[in-house]
Design a protein around this ligand. Structure first.
Ligand code: NDP
Ligand code: 8X3
Length: 248
């Protein structure tokens, strides 16, 4: 039977690379995002294997209907909760509230609403949930309070969900990457191409394809194996240690 994956945020980066990889390997891919033109381009590229679905992760009514929709697709094997973004890396008190609200709404509220809506369809097929968390869930950095907080939520949500799903055969994994060159930093900096290029300059970041391969590996492990959390970084990214404020 053809397997079906629902990928949120398939219009760019890790989601788009995953859509290509799963479609190439014979899966039916339902890809979501706000940018319909990108979704249509992906459909042209991937053909019948790809079903585009314009969906804003902040539209809670639409997310609530996704369980019913997944029933109309004939079921669901894998939910890839990938859509997400970060606000500019500034101290909390200097950040714009609308942006913070958008990040929390997308990375947390939308993810929970969608997962809740489609879980019955995943249980029917003994499927899986793969959530994109981040190294930011574990390692704090300046300007990361809200982004890191949302990703820590995603990590813990994944672990607790495993408890709820005990006995169902449904697997849950939190994938926690470090730096991958996608549109992530472009979005974070409000479209500053130079800032994005500078962040990834001369350091061999991971690619969207690296992450898609990792997601594919997790998804295709034998059903008796569950990867709980998986943290990965480019070799050239490491840890900075504690900061100390000294008296003048
Ligand atoms: P990109 O910016 O390249 O892609 C983000 C995707 O999320 C886009 O398809 C975008 O679609 C979608 N998205 C954002 N907001 C919404 C929304 N409100 N409704 C629907 N879709 C939305 O980033 P990445 O591919 O890098 O990021 C994917 C995930 O990986 C994110 O959760 C990110 O936090 C996480 N991650 C990324 C890392 C990195 O270094 N790149 C490292 C660790 C984790 P559209 O704009 O069309 O709506
Ligand atoms: C983003 C990862 O390392 O760019 O989730 O902060 S990093």
């Amino acid at each position: 039977m053809t397997k079906t994956i629902l990928i949120t945020g398939a219009t760019a980066g890790i989601g788009a690379a995953s859509a290509r990889l799963f479609a190439r390997n014979g899966w039916r891919v339902i890809g979501t995002g706000r940018r319909g033109d990108r979704l249509r381009a992906l459909q042209e590229e991937l053909g019948e294997a790809f079903l585009p679905l314009e969906l804003d992760m902040r539209d809670l009514d639409a997310l609530g209907r996704m369980g019913e929709l997944a029933g109309e697709w004939g079921g669901l094997n894998l939910l890839l909760n990938n859509a997400g973004l970060a606000p500019p890396a500034e101290p909390l008190h200097e950040q714009d509230w609308q942006q913070l609200d958008q990040v929390i709404g997308t990375n947390i509220t939308g993810l929970v609403a969608l997962t809740r809506a489609v879980l019955p369809r995943l249980i029917e097929r003994r499927g899986a949930v793969i959530n994109l968390s981040s190294v930011a869930a574990t390692y704090p950095y300046r300007g990361g309070a809200v982004y890191g907080g949302t990703k820590a939520f995603v990590r813990q949500f994944s672990l607790d969900l495993r408890c709820d799903l005990a006995g169902t055969g449904v697997r849950v994994t939190s994938i926690e990457p470090g730096m991958a060159e996608t549109e992530f930093t472009l979005v974070r900096t409000g479209g500053d191409q130079a800032a994005s290029a500078a962040l990834y300059a001369n350091m061999d970041p991971m690619t969207a394809e690296d992450l898609a391969e990792t997601i594919w590996w997790v998804a295709t492990l034998p059903p008796h194996l569950n990867i709980n959390t998986l943290e990965l970084m480019p070799t050239s990214q490491s840890f900075a240690g504690f900061s100390v404020t000294r008296k003048a």
